[in-house]
Ligand binder design. Structure first.
Ligand SMILES: Cc1ncc(COP(=O)(O)O)c(C=O)c1O
Length: 398
């Protein structure tokens, strides 16, 4: 067989999916499994979204669409940005794609040369590093340990930027930690970023999932002169409970949007009509679902924090957004469960799954091996039971 491209030796499947698949396989064998693994919102969009999709199907044009995305969808995305306080973009600054992940890949493809450096606050969403690897860029990890609430500090940027640095990735609220930067923290980061000629990819996918009345602050508003180097990434996946519909977009300088349109024209061509209609209905329709879900997730977050607070030695910096908690469980390292030693996060997750049927993702998948990620969007009864089993598991460690 002829060879695959060299770059494919650096491509790997998502570590999160591997744990989720293991939990699924055990469930199929009849085990009582509670999965806190995949970051899916676990709610469906409103009926208006399905009605719009059915309508589009009935009117199907059967034609190709535009590479950038139709005006009405772009207008819906612009409205969403304005509702999040991100003003000043026009259609020419946008390009759609098959979810945030696809758009992110295209943005990084459009910006990076082999050997360029990407600064990634760590813990990070796994895909950031995976895309760097595929593209031959260097992922430089900026460690933000639990002791600093998993948040990036301006001095870390100042110390890390070098001649090869091309991009800083910024995800607020964060996957996997659920951390939300306060307006003062965003301001301090923006004040540092203006000093450096570096692209900033602002992954805003959880921008409607913020708790405790914390205002959503954006780098763009903190220092408007960053506009020529910030690229905002977003999608319908988390906000509207539509991860499977695969609609995302980037907003940024016109030249970047144009580059993304060119990539689309040689790649996906366009988003499907039915999918476009559904996404447009989500953006244009009632906005009560994301608001209700943020309230629901806040109370689930409280339940998760209360459960971990009862486990001696476990520290869980308080998440204020998204739907993840990222407790530091390193107190379990060196202990054992039924004679099996737990040396690290992967051992911990395997033992927890084996002992209790609760699946969580090892923190090392996100660059922080002292922690585990809990995605808590499951049914309330499952959450309560899963947390009870985790507490019991800690109690049984020798
Ligand atoms: C931080 C972050 N960015 C991007 C994505 C990808 O989202 P999409 O479904 O729009 O591709 C995810 C999904 O988990 C995410 O957590």
């Amino acid at each position: 067989m002829p060879k695959l491209a060299q770059r494919m030796s650096r491509a790997r499947p998502s570590a999160i999916m591997a744990v989720a698949e293991k939990a699924k396989a055990l469930k199929a064998q009849g085990r009582d499994i509670i999965s806190f693994t995949i970051g899916v919102p676990n709610f469906l969009p409103g009926e208006h979204v399905y009605a719009a999709a059915r309508d589009a199907l009935a009117k199907d044009s059967g034609q190709y669409g535009t590479n950038r995305g139709p005006d009405a969808l772009l207008d819906g995305m612009l409205k969403h940005l304005r509702e999040c306080g991100v003003e000043g973009y026009e259609r020419k600054h946008l390009c759609t794609g098959v979810g945030n992940k696809h758009v992110l890949f295209n943005v990084m493809y459009a910006l990076l040369e082999e050997g360029d450096e990407v600064l990634i606050p760590t813990p990070y969403w796994t895909t950031y590093v995976d895309i760097c690897d595929i593209l031959g860029a260097t992922a430089t990890l900026l460690h933000c340990p639990p002791e600093q609430d998993y948040k990036l500090k301006p001095a870390q940027i100042a110390a890390a930027v070098g001649p090869k640095t091309k991009i800083l990735l910024f995800n607020n609220p964060s996957n996997p930690t659920g951390m939300v930067y306060t307006p003062a923290e965003v301001q301090a980061l923006a004040d540092e970023l203006v000093k450096h000629d570096v692209w900033v990819l602002s992954d805003d996918i959880y921008n409607r999932m913020i708790f405790d009345g914390i205002p959503y602050a954006h780098l763009l508003n903190a220092r408007p002169e960053l506009r020529d180097r910030i690229i905002v990434l977003d999608s319908v996946s988390k906000t509207y409970g539509m991860p499977g519909w695969r609609v995302g977009f980037a907003a940024g300088p016109e030249a970047v949007a144009k580059a993304l349109v060119s990539l689309n024209s040689n790649h996906i061509t366009n988003l499907p009509e039915v999918v476009i209609a559904a996404a447009q209905a989500a953006y244009d329709g009632p906005q009560d679902i994301p608001k209700q879900k943020a309230v629901e997730f806040q109370s689930k977050r409280d339940e998760v924090l209360a459960a971990f607070a009862k486990i001696p030695g476990v520290k869980c910096p308080k998440p204020a957004g998204a739907f993840y908690a990222f407790p530091d469980i390193s107190v379990a390292f060196g202990r054992s469960w039924k004679g099996t030693k737990i040396a690290n996060d992967v051992d911990f997750c395997n033992a927890l799954l084996e002992a209790t049927g609760v699946a969580v993702v090892p923190g090392s998948a996100f660059g922080e091996p002292r922690a585990i990620r809990i995605s808590y969007t499951c049914k309330p009864a499952e959450l309560t039971e899963g947390l009870r089993r985790i507490q019991q598991f800690f109690g049984e460690l020798a």
